[in-house]
Design a protein around this ligand. Structure first.
Ligand SMILES: C[S@@+](CC[C@H](N)C(=O)[O-])C[C@H]1O[C@@H](n2cnc3c(N)ncnc32)[C@H](O)[C@@H]1O
Length: 296
């Protein structure tokens, strides 16, 4: 997870990152997830998305799964929940798919498939166990697990151990972040970024870059087979707004972590802004995707 976002995630930021997420996702793990899904009710596939924001995970996965689907998009932020309908409708009409209201859910007709999407407001820190995993066929989450604590991942693991549903958890930050070309002061920003990853984002001290291996180990003990793959962002020099946003956010995090580093950080940001304007800078941000499938 990136962007100075302790207090919330704007629709604009989620919209800006969506194409980078889409390009980075592991296609083979998504296909593996599709293969592991079984419709328990014998009809549409029922998927729950944890911390769904404005619905990017649905937009990435629904076309791949193809068939009839019913999605529950869970988030605590009322503004993002409200944005889901607008963002999904805009996306669907871009594909020529018809949307309409169906008993309070959004129905999308994508060729022969019908996808039903419902938002659900829930504080996942306190109320994770309110999610009725037994009446869904698979669980997904994206750009979320680096926010949570080990204790919260233990709760997620316990839920999955009971319900035996496949999980696809994509785009969890793994700590790798490389600016090209490198500058000596990059390490200042990298150290602060790693320290920031361990902060409390509402779930207790977050595991940050250690979240994916931690959850994979816990699910292995619970009888799950796990696969992980890198899903890195490659932000090329042509994406100036994104690069500038990432550089400013990195500088803000570093200056906050150590106010005495402010002059060095400001000078780094000035140099990086020049690099960006001259089309010289690119950035790689490391993420991991995890597919966990119950084997017994
Ligand atoms: C980086 S955003 C990712 C959103 C979305 N998955 C995406 O990729 O566009 C993290 C999401 O976690 C949600 N979130 C953070 N804390 C939460 C909580 N306690 N309960 C539910 N959702 C939460 C935020 O509202 C936000 O939508």
């Amino acid at each position: 997870m990136t962007a100075a976002a302790n207090t919330g995630f704007s629709t604009d930021w989620l919209r800006q990152r969506e194409p980078f997420d889409l390009a980075a996702r592991s296609q083979s793990l998504a296909t593996g997830f599709q293969g592991a899904l079984r419709s328990q009710a014998g009809g549409a596939l029922r998927i729950v998305d944890l911390a769904s924001g404005s619905g990017a995970n649905f937009r990435a996965l629904a076309p791949l799964l193809g068939t009839d689907q019913e999605w529950r998009l869970v988030d605590h932020d009322p503004l993002l929940l409200a944005a889901q309908r607008t963002e999904i409708t805009k996306w669907a009409s871009g594909h020529g798919w018809h949307c309409h209201d169906h008993k309070g859910a959004l129905a999308i007709h994508a060729g022969p498939a019908r996808w039903l999407v419902r938002g659900q407001q829930l504080d996942l820190a306190s109320d994770l166990e309110d999610i009725d995993l037994a009446s869904c066929d698979g669980l997904v989450t994206t750009a979320f697990l680096d926010l949570v604590s080990a204790a919260w991942l233990d709760r997620l693991s316990a839920l999955l151990a009971r319900t035996r549903r496949p999980l696809l958890a994509t785009l969890t930050v793994d700590g790798r972040r490389t600016w090209f070309p490198g500058r000596p002061a990059d390490h200042l920003l990298a150290d602060a970024f790693l320290a920031h990853q361990g902060g409390d984002k509402g779930f207790g001290p977050s595991l940050g870059v250690r979240a994916t291996p931690y959850l994979a180990a816990s699910l292995a003990t619970a009888g799950y087979q796990n696969s992980t793959q890198a899903s890195d962002w490659h932000i090329g020099h042509e994406h100036r707004d994104m690069l500038l946003g990432m550089a400013k956010e990195a500088a803000a995090v570093a200056a906050e972590a150590d106010p005495s580093s402010e002059p060095a950080v400001s000078s780094w940001l000035a140099d990086r802004s020049t690099d960006i304007c001259q089309g010289l800078l690119s950035l790689q941000v490391g993420h991991l995707d995890l597919l966990a499938v119950p084997i017994r």
